[in-house]
Design a binder for this molecule. Sequence first.
Ligand code: PEP
Length: 254
Amino acid sequence: MVYNPVMRKKYIAGNWKLNNNQKQTSELIAKIIAQGGGFKNADVAVAPPFTSIHAAKQAIGSSGIILCAQNVHFEEKGAFTGEIAPSMLAEAACTAVIIGHSERRQYFGETDETVNKKIHASIKAGLTAIVCVGETLQEREGGKTNDVIHTQLSGAFKDVSDLSKIIIAYEPVWAIGTGKNATTQQAQDVHAFIRGLARQKYGASADGLRILYGGSMKPSNAAELLACPDVDGGLIGGASLIAEDFCAIIRLSS
Ligand code: PEP
């Protein structure tokens, strides 16, 4: 199959992290719907905290915003205090879930192995898995970026046989929440590397794989990042908490 960027509709996802109670969730989503311009340019997702998922569902209504969770467990049920199963997310109206965010790797012991189990469990439950990978500053400065990404992807996608429910988010750790985004060259290079790896393993379906950039994306840098041929959207933290900024990024996607 010939590379055809038209096949890949942009995907703009807001990772709210530990922000927005139910009231704030309803208010923010109402603003996003009012200002988002109908979401024609891109698939738009929000990932509220678990306890705000129901409020988000109510506020989303028929707007077409995708409801996404920030984490999931890989077991379906049992003695796993504090965990949420993929089928529970699906029942709560989530259709996507973020897996392997660097904050979960850094603070909560997420590994490539648990990421892999979560991907399998999520796909089984019908969820789209937004799988995060990315290098630290030390790894980048040591020239190890591609090796790190390769290792993370090899572990994460062990025995995953198709890409239809997969989105990958390239999130350089040094760019998350720091205000310092990757340059377009840095982002495009890694995105192209990821697509190349996907092509080696999955063939032509890699051309339809959406690879999001995450790390201090904001209205002032989104246009140039989103214009890179292999950048198919954004996973956005800080700027997704401000309706004006999030909607400006949505409008810049085409
Ligand atoms: C993120 O947490 O996924 C993220 C990209 O955060 P920020 O946009 O705030 O850097």
